[in-house]
Design a protein around this ligand. Structure first.
Ligand code: ARG
Ligand code: ZN
Length: 472
């Protein structure tokens, strides 16, 4: 399921090459989906609707093996299609027939079916594979995180290609069934609901289902020894939380925070509208090497580091806010990261207000005042930060300042109508920063391009006049 970005390469090639019409109509799919920040991420020419992953993982050796079955639809007439993947492939099939495959670039798996694929047809791709994910790097790093008793796949934008072949870009969202076989005594977690488990001959299988469109980077896998808690929200949505058995002194603070997931999600619905999924939770594996959390769909990943100083409900607010801003409405391109991080940060400011720990306005004033005009913070443009600054603190804090400025400009009624209306308008799809500005203008009936240009796109600290006018 995707739209918007079009790689022009195949089209241009077909104009330039004088190939007979019948042959020219089948071209290799582009090796990237057309994201200017990450040209090789995702692929062209098809759209995945569902991933079925049937995996086996051995914590002792970090060996992952299995079969991925992708249900897709072609959007071009293809002689070949690419997937993004790092592990070793032993067999590929397209529509039941063995297909040739090879690798190229940092993470391209090229699959050439025996018969070319006409545009607009359903395609089933089966990939059998195995490997040691921690041994694989792309661009010099891995976001496959090993733990003493297992492993975790959690990273942004890169996470998927260490554990399943995919069209790895948020533009192509799909549903997932993730079935994982692990040694008895070890659990396997993923997104969504646990459909069933079964045990045989020393191995236990966990069958997870995520039944709403999900971006590839929001798919997660965690294997390890966990303490698991279950419950339900007031609306009956099942909650599954998991904590590594080895969190040590951080265990209490981790639980005191993540166990408030149901409460926080209910509080967020007042601002963002109904919770969009049928499952909820969070997990805290034993990954002290990692400083970030991640809004993996329905079940965010938290690092124990977030709880090293004590409880931290604010990070739970941040990751759950992403369930609407990032997961339900996903970036159309990675330059649109502000529509994730600016809003998740602003939700934390609203939570602070709710907790009587300082209003959003007070926090905005503090951020503005504490960053001098020559602080490199102000050179980062949240509306288009560049791939090197995609997760710069300015995307978060200056991004939230932009929202406080918007709120002061249009008033609380319009502002909160926008916060709630946006997730509904683009539910289960993708959007750009430009889409948000247009929507905010439509709801408020005001021209906002100058205001948002000042806060999102200028590489300088907005002047005292701009700050004064919006009360920052
Ligand atoms: N979206 C994540 C958050 O909750 C940030 C992930 C940053 N990723 C990374 N590899 N540092 O803010
Ligand atoms: Zn975030």
């Amino acid at each position: 399921m995707h739209r918007r970005l079009i790689a022009p390469g195949a089209f241009v090639a077909s104009l330039l090459l004088a190939i007979p019409a019948s042959a020219a109509s089948y071209e290799p799919g582009a090796p990237g989906i057309g994201d200017p920040y990450y040209p090789a991420y995702g692929n062209g020419g098809y759209d995945v609707s569902h991933y079925d992953l049937r995996l086996k993982y051995q914590p002792g050796t970090d060996r992952l093996e299995g079969t991925a079955t992708l249900l897709a639809r072609t959007t071009e007439s293809l002689s070949r299609l690419n997937l993004d993947f790092l592990l070793d492939v032993s067999e590929a099939r397209v529509n039941g027939t063995k297909a040739a495959f090879s690798t190229s670039g940092e993470h391209e798996l090229e699959i050439t079916p025996r018969n070319p694929l006409p545009k607009g047809t359903e395609v089933t791709v089966v990939v059998r594979y195995a490997g040691v994910p921690s041994a694989e790097k792309a661009y010099g790093f891995t976001s496959w995180l090993r733990t003493p008793d297992g492993a975790v796949a959690a990273g942004e934008p890169e996470a998927a290609w260490w554990w399943f072949p995919s069209n790895d870009h948020p533009l192509d969202k799909a549903t997932y069934d993730v079935s994982v076989l692990v040694p008895d005594g070890t659990q396997a977690l993923s997104n969504g609901t646990l459909q069933s488990t079964s045990s045989r001959a020393g191995w236990t299988r966990y069958n997870w289902r995520s039944n709403k469109p999900q971006a590839t980077y929001l798919a997660t896998l965690a294997v390890g020894r966990f303490d698991i808690t279950t419950g339900r929200t007031e609306n009956g949505i099942p909650i599954v939380n998991a904590y590594s058995k080895d969190l040590g002194d951080d265990a209490g603070a981790a639980r005191a925070s993540v166990e408030r997931t149901g409460e926080v999600a209910a509080w967020l619905t007042e601002y963002f509208g109904p919770y969009p999924y049928n499952a909820l939770g969070g997990y805290v594996p034993n990954t002290p090497q990692v400083g970030y959390a991640l809004e993996t769909q329905t079940r965010p990943f938290y690092s124990p580091r977030q709880f090293a100083s004590g409880s931290n409900v604010s990070v739970v607010v941040h990751e759950l806010a992403h369930q609407w801003y990032g997961d339900l409405v996903s970036v159309a391109g990675w330059k649109d990261i502000w529509i994730n991080e600016g809003f998740a940060r602003y939700a934390q400011w609203l939570w602070s207000e709710h907790e009587n720990e300082g209003t959003a306005q007070e926090i905005a004033d503090h951020v503005y005042a504490s960053r001098a005009a020559d602080d490199p913070f102000w050179t980062v443009r949240p509306g288009d930060p560049g791939p090197e600054n995609q997760f710069h603190i300015a995307v978060y804090d200056r991004g939230a300042l932009a929202l406080q400025a918007l709120r002061n400009e249009i008033g609380d009624a319009a502002f909160f109508e926008i916060l709630k209306g946006w997730p509904a308008k683009y539910a289960y799809g993708n959007a750009t920063v430009g889409d948000f500005v247009a929507y905010a203008e439509q709801v408020s009936g005001r021209r906002l391009d100058a205001l948002l240009d000042t806060w999102l796109y200028q590489p300088t600290k907005p002047g005292a006049a701009a700050a004064e006018r919006v009360g920052v």
